[in-house]
Design a protein around this ligand. Sequence first.
Ligand code: PCA
Length: 194
Amino acid sequence: MTILLTGFEPFGKVSDNPSQRIVEHFQEVSSDDIVALVLPVDYQLASDKLLPLIDKYQPDAILLLGVAQMRETISLERIAVNINDASIPDNEGNLKQGQHIVDNAPVGYWSTLPLERMYKAIKAENIPVKYSNHAGAYLCNHVMYSALHHLTQVERDIPCGFIHVPDVTAVPLDQQIKAIKLCVEVLSQEKITS
Ligand code: PCA
């Protein structure tokens, strides 16, 4: 079982990105089952880094993480949309507004993660969690859309989706790590039972 787990580097007003800290935790505890890496907050580079890794590792599941600073809970994202549209540029200064991520491609993709089972597992531990209908239109949505589109193109039917974590003042980092561990467990169970 191989799970590809990603987070993001700092950007804009986020000087310390909890999604990066979560990925670093998984790198430190190093498990054969998890390939964990931090993506750049750069539209082009983020997909250029992520998509070849999907082909290289042929993971059984993909769990993409990022921070949504204004939210108060873990957010399980339901849908990725084919648009880059943000009020701030990426870390390379690229400002994208109202642009397709991929031309002539579907308007959106549903997450293929077992969201209900993840929700229940996180809720059972009293960690704040909610469903969210989409991941915004900045880098997080960008990588979620890009990964799901890529999997469709290469005809790989594996669970893939995005989870936003809140600021550590809303949910402490150890609780965030616990929530993501629970999601990894759900994905491992999914593989065993399928
Ligand atoms: N959050 C941003 C991009 C990187 C991150 O961690 C987002 O929600 O799009």
